[in-house]
Design a protein around this ligand. Structure first.
Ligand SMILES: NC(=O)c1ccc[n+]([C@@H]2O[C@H](COP(=O)([O-])OP(=O)(O)OC[C@H]3O[C@@H](n4cnc5c(N)ncnc54)[C@H](O)[C@@H]3O)[C@@H](O)[C@H]2O)c1
Length: 362
């Protein structure tokens, strides 16, 4: 039997702890051999928790000496490009957090490097793997809504309400709520309706935050509204906010309307989702149960997020899909090309906000 895939992990935040490491460890063909974080003590703690033998605070050292075949890059957005390019230069498979980079030029270079390295690459667009959105996609593909007319994605959260320094809202380091939450929302819009061709956007910053040492900084947006045009002729609207007093940590609402009917899914992150369909004009809305097989036998949980974290340890999605793709030698979806296309939409939104004009996506 072939050897296991040896994985090194860069970034040791709660998300790595709750989602990435349990999923990687659940895969029977994975050995997580190394963990790297800027704070060595935190990295050592998490390595202890998941029985990872090697701990690094320098990611280049981990790539050289960690004995890894594949690397997960789960560091802040401004670190992705340099780390990914080094991982790919070393010929390792790459699983990168969203958003891929700070701009589409960087993201495009990452795609080219991955393609010339001939490695497997993937991106953690988490929400597309929820059973609700998998099911919506399947229904759209099967023609449930007919010719697509409108796609609405609304991702509201409390993540940025705290008026403390946060790299996400520091323009030097990230593209604010647009780059952070918007990357997921754009991925969902592409998942349901395909390529986005033109964007008009308005970005705002509502919460004032100091820099890392209390100094004033140039802030990134914490809220964004986008109008979208799709290659299939449909219209879209997309709203993201990190400054909304939602009743749960975050809620993602999707509505899809077409010539033959409408579908909607509301996904509050704790209580779980509600899917509805309207089969035609004047018809009452109906609840749409998600086929249980999409939960792959994951037992129900009080908190939706906990159940979804369990699903990531069972199904071929997220980190496990990346590993399965290495084992089968086929590229997963989404991969770096999807990450790059999402980044192009982010860039177009930034340009549109600056110019006040519609901007072509390229
Ligand atoms: N897919 C999702 O649903 C999801 C959810 C949360 C975060 N993310 C993404 O994950 C990434 C990290 O976000 P976060 O909230 O975990 O950030 P964070 O600031 O909480 O943690 C970043 C981690 O990266 C490490 N790090 C930073 N610079 C480093 C360096 N030079 N060398 C080694 N390690 C370094 C830090 O030590 C820390 O462990 C971001 O790109 C974010 O968008 C994705």
């Amino acid at each position: 039997m072939a050897e296991n895939i040896r994985v090194g992990v860069i970034g040791t935040s709660w998300f790595t702890d709750v989602f990435h490491l349990p999923a990687l460890k659940s895969h029977p063909r994975v050995d997580v051999t190394a963990v790297c974080g800027r704070n060595r003590q935190r990295a050592a703690e998490i390595a202890g928790k998941y029985a990872v033998p090697l701990v690094f605070s320098d990611y280049r050292e981990m790539i050289e000496r960690g004995g890894v075949d594949a690397v997960l890059v789960a560091s802040p957005d401004d670190q992705h490009y340099a780390m990914a390019m080094d991982v790919l230069e070393a010929g390792k498979h790459l699983f990168c957090e969203k958003p891929l980079a700070l701009n589409a030029v960087q993201a495009g270079e990452m795609v080219q490097k991955a393609q010339s390295a001939g490695v497997i690459h993937g991106v953690m667009f988490t929400f597309r793997w929820t059973p609700e959105y998998q099911y919506l996609r399947r229904l759209v593909e099967e023609g449930y809504i007919g010719r697509p007319y409108h796609c609405q994605v609304r991702y509201l959260s409390q993540w940025g309400l705290e008026p403390a320094y946060n790299w996400r809202y520091d323009r030097r380091r990230a593209n604010g709520a647009l780059g952070d939450l918007g990357a997921h929302a754009i991925d969902l819009a592409r998942l349901f309706f395909g390529e986005i061709t033109r964007v008009s956007a308005r970005l705002d910053t509502y919460i004032q935050r100091p820099g890392p040492s209390g100094e004033p900084i140039d802030p990134s947006n914490d809220a964004a509204v986008l109008l979208l045009e799709f290659a299939n002729g449909a219209q879209g609207t997309l709203q993201v906010s990190a400054a909304a007093h939602t009743d749960q940590l975050q809620t993602i609402d999707v509505e899809l309307h077409g010539a033959a009917g409408s579908l909607s899914a509301s996904l509050p992150w704790q209580s779980g989702a509600r899917l509805m369909r309207v089969p035609g004009a004047g018809q009452p809305a109906q609840d749409l149960p998600v086929p249980e097989e999409l939960w792959c036998g994951t037992p129900p949980a009080d908190n939706y997020m906990d159940r979804f974290a369990q699903l990531l340890c069972r199904a071929s999605i997220g980190d496990r899909l990346f590993i399965d793709s290495i084992l089968s030698g086929s590229l997963p979806q989404p991969n770096l090309v999807d990450g790059w296309k999402v980044q192009q939409v982010v860039d177009a939104a930034l340009a549109s906000n600056a110019s006040g004009q519609w901007v072509e996506v390229h």
